[in-house]
Each structure stands twice: as C-alpha cells, then as structure tokens.
Design a protein around this ligand. Structure first.
Ligand code: SAH
Ligand code: SF4
Ligand code: F3S
Length: 468
C-alpha cells in the first residue's frame, strides 16, 4: 500500500532528446533535492523514476513506452515495496500526449510538461493521496508558462563539471512543417539578462569554464536588459564574456533565417566564443526548404556560412538534415549532397523524415517509402562521415587548447573537448580537470582524438591563433 506519510527519497531521471531536456533534468533534481531526494544511477533502487522524454521522431517517442514496460517489471519484481515506487513521465511526450499516457500506461503515476516541473513537489504530494473513491490521483500538468518556471526554480545546489549548460530561451514560433517543438515547448520565451548573468556567475564561481547557452531557437533570443532595453544573443554573449573565469562560450541551436549582424560580429570580436557552430539546414533544395517552411534558400545558407567564416576564420560547422521529406525527388536529395560538398561539415546529425502527429508534413502527399529514405540516409551519412574524418585527420600534428572535463576509461587518462567540440583523450592527472591545456593531437579514433599534453608555450601561442 502506498503511504501518505513520507515522500519517496531516491530519485532516478532518464533523459531522452536534446540538451534542453538534459538541462531540465538537472533542474528537476534541483527542485527535488531540497525536498529530501537524492539522485541514484539506476531505476531498480529508485523511489521516484522520471522519464524526461522526447517527441521529435517516432522512434524517440515510442521508446518511452518500451521503457515503461521495463519499469512495470521492476516495480513488480520489487514485490510489496514496489508499490512505493512512483513513475513520472515528463518532457515533450508528456506535453504532446498528456493524459493519453495514463491510459496507455497504467503504471504511470504522474505526467508533466517541460514548463511545469517547478511544481513537482506539489504534484508528488497529490499523486500520493487517495481520492474519495479510493483510487489514486494521477496528476497531469501540461501548463505552458515558461516565465513562471524560471522565476520559481531554486538555484542549483549541485556541483557542476567544467562545462555546463545554461538555458536562455525556450519554445519556438517557427512552425517548420515537420516539427513538433512549437507544440511541445510552446511560444518563444527569452529569459531576462540579469538572471542569466547571475546563473553564469554562480557557475563560474563553482569552477565552470565553459557554458553552452541553450534554446530551441537560441538566436531568436531577445531578453529584457532593463531600462526598457532588449538584448540580442550577440549582446548577451558580450556581457557573458566579461565574467571572470568563463573561458569558453557556445550556443545551440540556431536558426539560419534569424541570424543577425550582432551575432556574426560577436564571432569576430569575442575570443571566448568558440569557433564552432551548429547551424541546421535540413535540405539543400529550395523547393523542399520552402515546403518545410524554413523561410530561406540554399543560397542564403551558403552566404551565411561565408559570413561566419569571414568573421571567424577556422570556424567549423555542424548541421542537421532530414532526408525523405514528403515529395523529395532524387534531384532534390542530390541538392542536399551538393550543399554538403560546398560547405564541408566538421560533424552533423541526419535523420529520416518521421511523420509526427498534428504536424502539416505528416499529411502531405508524396510520403517517401522507407526503403528510399534508408538509401538516402546512408548516402548522406557516408558523405558526412567522410567530411568528419577528414576534419579530424587535419587536426593531427596540431596543438589545440583542450578543456579537460573528466577522468578517462583507465587510470591516468583524462578526457576533454577541443574548441571544435571533439572529444580528446590524453594521459594526465586528475588535477588537470577543469583546466584548458595545450595538447598536441597525435591520432584520431572513431569518435575522438588522442592527444599529448605539452606546455611548449611557443607552439601553443602559434597554434592557438590558428585554432581559435
Ligand atoms: N530548433 C532546431 C532543431 C530542433 S529538432 C532547428 O530549428 O534547427 C532537431 C532536429 O531534429 C532538427 O534540426 C531536424 O533535423 C530533426 N527533426 C525535427 N523534426 C523531425 C521529423 N519530423 N523527422 C525527422 N527529423 C526531424
Ligand atoms: Fe522545429 Fe523549426 Fe522550431 Fe527548429 S525552428 S524547433 S525545426 S519548428
Ligand atoms: Fe525532443 Fe523536446 Fe528536445 S521533442 S528534441 S526533447 S525540445
């Protein structure tokens, strides 16, 4: 029997999807820890399991239900004490499906969306009470006010690593025809400048050297800067660069159609802004871009890349692609390959179009057969992989500043990130974690670089100019 007297104590959060969700999961822990919870790293021993879900493609979304099946088994295997285990579904599937989840998965005790988790303690208390008919109450909270969440979230008490995320913008008003984000995250909202700077200063004081500013459409940022003024992303970056100890700034994800001069010039002027940019393009065909409602052409994208490269020579690009969008012809797919050849990407994510309920593209004519989607994805990925490996191979022999973040797989090894976000392994002591150290790249692995730490300042300064 479920007891009313005590709240569950051990917390396990599983995160799916994008970095916004990773950030939200940490903040959920921040909300719950002051209420007597502690984080554990497996669901078996947990009193509260939260699945922080992603709705972006069908596969991600359906994974939640298979995981819920496993949790049901864990709960059953725990016997009578299993009834104390609570299961919550959070994030974008929760927002999109709401109480449908309760119907499909009786094991779920509560459901809450991305803008509601500041109310978690209250929801948990409700979920633990019995209603008049003797059943349990299963709260569903999919309210949409992002501003309220940010106003009420407590400061984090957790110890961050050397690199941290900072959410500055939420939601999206772009309505690309394939995408669920405008429905799961709501309208665009920018946090004001002051609390962002305060959060960044707190992180820096705790030893964070690198922050990644997060937003679904992060360059739509237009935060209240006080005195009736509004700050753009470029202006915010300049303010953040003044914070002592913050050596690296990144931002993701940007929307090409809304990049402004301010942001491009920040890449020229702010040395802390890393020379790496995730700039999703989705397709190289103007017709497809138009039906996707991306609001720009391939030529516009290429010109934008050229402007970033002029502002910051050596900047590396990454992107997102969708193949097999409804109506995509072979020639239109070839246009995507062409664009990839013209840009040259350091890394990229590519996906088969997934028809998402409620989006315009799901009911468009000309849905592409799975077999063709698979072939196109394989061809695109082969090209992108070749480019990635060429980019990595070109790093061998160079000295790069690496921010070391954590111990490696074996003793005496540490892992960090290059300016271009490549994982770099090197021999070194734990005392180097949290430092940015010149590291000569000596080999490439399948998903990482191997480096040797050196302190030859002459080599460092000479290659630093090339790398940053
Ligand atoms: N805000 C970002 C992207 C968020 S979603 C942007 O505007 O670029 C991350 C990526 O998932 C998208 O860039 C897109 O490539 C992919 N994606 C989104 N919806 C999809 C769908 N229905 N099918 C396949 N891929 C999709
Ligand atoms: Fe989705 Fe488009 Fe918004 Fe990106 S810009 S989150 S792809 S609707
Ligand atoms: Fe997924 Fe929601 Fe992020 S749908 S990609 S978790 S915004």
């Amino acid at each position: 029997m479920r007891s009313n007297a005590e709240l569950p104590k051990k917390l396990f959060i599983k995160t799916y999807g994008c970095q916004m969700n990773a950030y939200d999961s940490e903040r959920m822990a921040d909300v719950l820890i002051p209420h007597g919870f502690e984080a554990v790293d497996n669901p078996e021993s947990a009193d509260l399991v939260i699945l922080n879900t992603c709705h972006i493609r069908e596969k991600a979304s359906e994974k939640v239900y298979s995981d819920l099946g496993r949790l049901r088994d864990i709960k059953r295997d725990r016997g009578p004490s299993g009834s104390e285990m609570m299961i919550a579904v959070a994030g974008c599937v929760a927002q999109a499906e709401g109480d449908e989840i309760l119907r499909r998965a009786p094991v779920v005790d509560l459901v809450f969306g991305p803008q509601a988790y500041h109310r978690l303690p209250e929801m948990l208390t409700r979920a633990q009470t019995f209603n008049a008919r003797g059943g349990r109450e299963r709260p569903v909270d999919t309210d949409f006010a992002a501003s309220e969440k940010f106003d009420t979230l407590p400061d984090s008490q957790q110890t961050p690593g050397a690199a941290a995320f900072l959410s500055i913008q939420e939601g999206c008003d772009k309505f690309c025809t394939y995408c669920v984000v405008p429905y799961t995250r709501g309208a665009e909202y920018s946090r004001p400048v002051a609390p962002i700077l305060a959060e960044a200063k707190r992180l820096a004081a705790k030893g964070v050297r690198e922050i990644t500013l997060l937003g679904q459409n992060v360059n739509a940022y237009h935060g209240n800067a006080g005195k009736g003024e509004t700050a753009s992303l470029g202006q915010l970056i300049r303010r953040l660069a003044e914070i002592d100890g913050l050596a690296r700034i990144r931002y993701t994800t940007s929307y090409p159609g809304e990049v402004d001069d301010d942001l491009i010039s920040a890449h020229a002027d702010v040395p802390q802004l890393m020379p790496y940019l995730h700039l999703p393009v989705q397709s190289g065909s103007d017709r497809i871009l138009n039906v996707m409602n991306r609001r720009h052409t391939a030529e516009f994208y290429l010109a934008l890349v050229a402007r970033f490269r002029a502002a910051r020579p050596g900047i590396a690009l990454s992107s997102d692609f969708i193949v097999g969008f409804p109506g995509e012809t072979n020639a239109e797919f070839e246009a995507t390959l062409d664009l990839v050849r013209q840009v040259g990407f350091a890394s990229a994510f590519s996906f088969k179009f997934s028809a998402r309920p409620g989006t315009p593209a799901a009911s468009m004519d000309g849905q592409i057969p799975e077999q063709i989607k698979m072939e196109r994805l394989a061809a695109l990925q082969a090209l992108l992989e070749k480019q990635r490996q060429a980019f990595n191979a070109a790093c061998v022999g160079r000295s790069l500043p690496v921010l070391f973040e954590k111990p490696g797989r074996h003793a005496g090894q540490i892992i960090g990130r290059s300016p271009w976000l490549q994982a770099v392994f090197a021999e070194g002591g734990a005392e180097l974690i949290g430092q940015i150290i010149p590291t000569r790249i000596i080999a490439t692995g399948s998903n990482s670089l191997r480096g040797r730490i050196h302190t030859d300042t002459q080599i460092h300064s000479e290659t630093k100019a090339a790398a940053e």
